[in-house]
Design a protein around this ligand. Structure first.
Ligand SMILES: [Mg+2]
Length: 308
């Protein structure tokens, strides 16, 4: 798909926006809110360097590397590529990791996508719950290879989510958010999240519509705790709908509290898609970095290549 220079800037903002939200939320994850404005001072669970992003963007980088190869994400080969990268990250790069993702990856040996999906299903059977926010936090880049094919985008969002998150609600959230990212890149609008309701099974559309209504009616900190994917999406959506710029949206997302880096990473993918890489403040762009040795320019490059 041939993108205008504006669309290209917005596609470039998806990973960069997520990484900035992640790094901005890192110091406050499961900790007290800052007295002043949040800053990328590092610390947190890693502990992280100033400007360093965490597991959310580390895992999204794994997906982005496969997306950037230009053959989509729907094939078994592509999904295996993501699974192999998740395992390499788990063994070599995971400076912190969500509880549910850990339970799945520690049960995987060879690292094929089918084995990972089986492990995710086993965690669901054992615990009865597998709708954590850990697949939504890495989903934005999944929209980029599918700007011209919304049905394939929805399928890819659900498949990539399902590698670690068996529950349908986690897949639904990824479909809605990718729909939002896709529309934002194409048209600089936020309507795509609600447009995504049409991509969900009919019996779950009303429930998600009501959850979006709730998010629009209340401030982000009403959706805390937000380890469950529904309040995580609601907190991010509330922050986005109550602000008008990328930096303000990310600050509002951090102020949701609890899983601050994840909520802000989720918000950041969509804010970056809407406002573009050019809307990221230069000091954030200079500071943001993380595993596997990526800078802001690398994140921009990966995102643009994923659209090809
Ligand atoms: Mg994190």
């Amino acid at each position: 798909m041939i993108l205008t220079s504006e669309q290209r800037d917005r596609a470039a903002g998806v990973l960069l926006g997520a990484a900035c939200g992640d790094a901005l939320g890192v110091p406050y994850e499961f900790a007290a809110q800052p007295s002043g404005a949040p800053e990328m001072v590092g610390g947190g669970l890693g502990p992280y360097e100033p400007g360093e992003y965490s597991d959310d963007t580390q895992m999204q980088a794994c997906v982005a590397e496969v997306a950037a190869r230009g053959h989509g994400l729907l094939s078994e080969l592509a999904l295996d590529g993501i699974a192999v990268r998740f395992m390499r990250w788990y063994r070599e790069g995971a400076s912190d990791i969500g509880a549910q993702t850990r339970q799945v990856l520690e049960a995987v040996d060879a690292g094929t996508s089918s084995e990972m999906r089986r492990a995710a299903a086993a965690v669901h059977r054992r615990t009865g719950r597998s709708a954590g926010n850990g697949s939504l936090m890495r989903t934005g880049v999944v929209a980029l290879p599918y700007l011209d094919d919304v049905a394939a985008m929805a399928e890819a969002a659900r498949l990539v989510s399902g590698l670690t998150h068996f529950d349908d609600l986690a897949g639904d959230a990824c479909v809605l958010w990718c729909s939002g990212v896709r529309r934002a890149v194409l048209s600089a609008r936020f309507d795509g999240v609600r447009e995504g309701l049409a991509l969900l099974p009919p019996d779950r559309r009303d429930r998600w519509a009501a959850w979006l209504d709730e998010a629009e009616a209340a401030p982000p900190d009403r959706f805390s705790p937000n380890g469950f994917v529904v309040p995580a999406l609601q907190a991010a959506w509330s922050a986005i709908r109550r602000t008008s710029t990328l930096p303000d949206g990310l600050v509002a997302a951090v102020r949701a509290g609890d899983d601050t880096d994840t909520v802000a990473a989720i918000a950041g993918a969509l804010l970056g898609a809407r406002h573009g890489a050019s809307a990221v403040p230069p000091e954030w762009r200079a500071a943001v970095h993380g595993w596997p040795g990526l800078t802001a320019d690398d994140l921009v490059d990966l995102a643009v290549r994923a659209t090809a």
